[in-house]
Design a protein around this ligand. Sequence first.
Ligand SMILES: [Zn+2]
Length: 308
Amino acid sequence: MAAAPEGGPDAPVRSLRRALLGRGLMAAGALALGPRFLESLATGAAIDDATLVHAPARVTAPPIISRQEWGADESLRTGTRSFAPVTKAIVHHTATLTEEPDPGARVRAIYRYHVQGSGWSDIGYNFLIDQSGLIYEGRWARDYGSDETHGGEDEDGLGVLGAHAYGFNRGSVGVALLGTYTSADATATDAALEALTALLSWKLGTRGIDPHGSSGYAKADGSIVRFPNLCGHRDVLTTGCPGDGLGRRLAEVRTAVAATIASRPVEPRSVEPRSVEPSAGQEQGREADDPENEPKKKRRERRRDQDD
Ligand SMILES: [Zn+2]
């Protein structure tokens, strides 16, 4: 699976080309994107697979409860952030009460736990959703203007890196439903699933990402893994999250997201993969040193009561 550099400046690109050929992607059209596309893979960033990307649709953002509105203590977090093009959506459960009596208090508690208990710079998730379908802004991206959506993006639409899936935080939007859906008969509310659909329709639709598709994802170490564009935490890592009860609903969510996107007008512009700044070394170093990217097995002792 790994596409490890073999020496020489072009080696990562060559090995990536082979890796793509092995998956039939080059024959399907990725070759036409040329070296710029391949170099974007070599930077350790998430990638767009043009063969699976549709034209961007005009999907608007759903209402999002801002950090100020849910009472985030902004003195807890740091101000340092990284951003990357969003190509994946990863769904989680919080493994907390499913019938949550005070969702806002729970979001504040998770935030405090991620910072003070896990040592992260901020709450790990990009968004959280409660059982009544309210969507909460997660990781802080920047200060927004009064008319702006609190969407976890910089002014160019790059997504802020969260800490929700070790090794897969770059270029993925991590959305957690409050609750525990471990058992197959645990049921997320219709309101929560509708909110998840609205949020992901906006995130994926405006970027032309097919919710039914799969695409390659370049990890910081240069390896490429392929997984669904809209998936559960357990689809990328060994974890039960988001549980059988929510995981079995993701097929429905994909279908609903696809239907929402299909119902919206298409933006009158062509799709072109975004280039990524060649900061692979920096990012790799950062990820290796960042406690937020500490392998789960190492931090398990410190995190007993919550599966992110
Ligand atoms: Zn998770």
